[in-house]
Design a protein around this ligand. Structure first.
Ligand SMILES: [Mg+2]
Length: 199
């Protein structure tokens, strides 16, 4: 576990990113989800699986996004069905995402409300948090759909924090993406940059 001094901070609200923050990003996990997305795309557009990754690139470009779900929903997929058959069809344990006493102790020791702010679907963050054994510490998971697809680092993704900040509450935001850190800091959050996960 890296020492970041989180336990010495006092916050009314803790805002944690999920991927790459609460656990290290896993290329294997990313590939497994990507592979399921290709399978889904092949079925949806009635094309061969081999052609699906090219199709994925094309639609990401067409809708100018790096998020497959954001592109596909504009072509009319069922978002719930897609999330179920891709993000929720992997087992995080297979990719080394398991509970860790130190992480559990650390998150559990932080006073104040704790939420997750992720650019992935909240359901996926829920799956990961369950596997990490820390889901019960968080009062809310705000994912891409809960923000109507306004993604970090767009300022709109952080706007809900203004209620806290304008009422003199201390908000600590923990993220592994520097652009997100920069925006949060500019709004008045205390920020902690985590490189490669807390673990
Ligand atoms: Mg991240």
């Amino acid at each position: 576990m890296k020492y970041l001094g989180l336990e010495n901070l006092k916050a009314d609200l803790w805002v944690f990113d999920n991927d790459g923050t609460l656990y290290p990003n896993s290329k294997d996990l990313e590939h497994a989800v990507g592979d399921l997305m290709d399978e889904y795309i092949a079925g949806f557009y009635s094309i061969k699986k081999l052609e699906a990754s090219k199709k994925r690139k094309d639609i990401l470009q067409k809708y100018n996004t790096k998020y497959t779900l954001i592109a596909l929903r504009q072509d009319g997929i069922s978002e719930d069905d897609f999330i179920q058959k891709t993000y929720l069809s992997i087992n995080p344990v297979d990719f080394g995402v398991t509970s860790n006493i130190e992480l559990t102790k650390l998150i559990g020791s932080l006073a104040g409300e704790k939420i997750i702010l992720t650019n992935n679907p909240s359901e996926f963050a829920g799956l990961i948090l369950k596997s990490l054994g820390i889901k019960h510490f968080f009062s809310r998971i705000i994912g891409m759909r809960e923000r109507n697809y306004v993604q970090k680092p767009s300022i709109g993704a952080f706007e809900f924090l203004m209620y806290w900040l304008e009422n003199d509450k201390t908000v600590v935001l923990v993220d592994d993406c520097l652009d997100n850190i920069t925006i949060a800091k500019s709004l008045g959050c205390v920020t902690i940059f985590v490189e490669g996960g807390l673990l």
